[in-house]
Write a protein that binds this ligand. Structure first.
Ligand code: SF4
Length: 240
């Protein structure tokens, strides 16, 4: 399940150039206006019987279509943290390309982190990995994963894998997007294998290179093809 407490975003780094939601179209459609959605308080809404509308034991993918740490959302984040704390029975999966803003507005009782928060730091190339991941590992977070999305070049994550539970990799999706080379994907998978970390190849992206061939993959098949390649490393636990 996805929860988008706000909508709107704008590019933060190289991986945003063709952002599905807010890349080249943002100006045209005014999508970069950041506003609360009507689902802002969704996790704590109750029905007439007084029960939560969202039952427990769920994973809520939070801000997957915007960014949790946008400066424009600073004033709302404390309310969101309070909802996250109230719903200890839900795992909140939070992805960000703005990990440098992680400490902005953390709750006073955050300590080493809430048990039900799993933060995903996105990196797209080696330069961003080397800037973001040391920061990411320095913050008080109990559960961490790296989301390589979109994968734009060969990346060495070896120095950072000790501090994370899991890595996901995706190619870029959309028209005129950049190539995802299967060799780069396999390289990250091998790094995870050596470090004893779980790994998920989530999507091939639109232009997927294997050997010397670049294939254009239909958006509806990018996830299933990645799965068919059968290179995931699982420990049996559900992450998404
Ligand atoms: S941070 Fe994410 S949602 Fe925002 S523009 Fe970049 S890719 Fe799009």
């Amino acid at each position: 399940m996805n929860w988008e407490p706000w909508t709107g975003c704008y590019p933060a780094s190289a991986g945003c150039d063709n952002c599905y939601f807010y890349g080249p179209n943002a100006k045209r459609f005014g999508q970069n206006t950041i506003t609360k959605t009507d689902k802002f308080d969704w996790p704590i809404r109750r029905n007439k019987k007084g029960e939560y509308n969202i039952k427990g034991d769920k994973i809520l993918a939070t801000c997957f279509a915007t960014d949790f740490f946008l400066p424009e959302a600073d004033e709302w984040r404390s309310e969101v943290w309070a909802m996250v704390k109230e719903r200890q029975d839900i795992d909140f999966l939070i992805l960000t390309k703005r990990i440098d803003r992680f400490m902005m507005g953390l709750p006073e009782d955050w300590g080493e982190g809430y048990d039900n928060v799993n933060i995903g730091c996105t990196v797209e190339n080696q330069e961003l990995a080397d800037v973001r991941l040391p920061l990411f590992l320095s913050y008080p977070i109990k559960r961490r994963f790296i989301a390589v999305s979109p994968l734009l070049e060969r990346i060495d994550l070896t120095n950072y894998l000790h501090g994370v539970d899991h890595v996901t990799v995706s190619g870029e999706n959309g028209r005129d997007t950049r190539i995802c080379d299967y060799e780069w994907v396999l390289d990250i998978k091998e790094q995870c294998e050596r470090a004893g970390k779980t790994f998920w190849f989530k999507s091939t992206g639109t232009y997927f290179k294997r050997g010397n061939e670049v294939e254009k993959i239909n958006p509806f098949k990018q996830g299933s093809l990645a799965k068919e390649l059968d290179i995931n490393i699982s420990d049996g636990k559900r992450l998404f």
